[in-house]
Design a protein around this ligand. Structure first.
Ligand code: FES
Length: 136
């Protein structure tokens, strides 16, 4: 059997989690490789959460939040967006392929988009192969 990536998905409660829920209730089929962790806002996702997920064996980390301008807390997703390039640079410095981490905007009505993002990311991480970051 081939390599099946394990991807941790941090989804904001107000848009992306609802979008993922919609994908489920709409019975849209997508890759089963993402383990979802619901957070209240994408701003809640401290870069250390991402590093910890990778250190504990995740092959990829998906961060999803509301579209710019739609954050339930006004500016949370802009904070996430500003942190993202810094996180990518840190990952590069640590020798981690930065394609293993991805930030996407998914609204509550975008079940199809959530499924497409998951399928695309799963395929890209599958091509990268297992992560070698695991600690311990
Ligand atoms: Fe969704 Fe802030 S509540 S990104």
């Amino acid at each position: 059997m081939g390599f099946e990536p394990q991807i941790v998905g941090f989804l904001c409660n107000w848009c992306s989690y609802t979008g993922a829920d919609l994908a489920g209730t709409s019975r849209i089929k997508y890759q089963p490789n993402v383990r979802v962790i619901r957070v209240m806002c994408s701003a809640r996702i401290d870069p250390t959460f991402v590093l910890k997920a990778l250190a504990q064996g995740a092959d990829g980390v998906l961060i999803c939040g509301c579209h710019p301008g739609d954050c339930h807390y006004s500016e949370g997703n802009y904070k996430a967006l500003r942190r993202y390039p810094l996180l990518k640079r840190l990952l590069k410095d640590l020798g981690v392929d930065d394609d293993r981490v991805r930030l996407e905007w998914v609204s509550a009505s975008e079940g199809r988009r959530f499924a497409d993002v998951v399928d695309d990311m799963t395929e890209k991480v599958r091509r990268l192969g297992p992560s070698t970051v695991r600690v311990g």
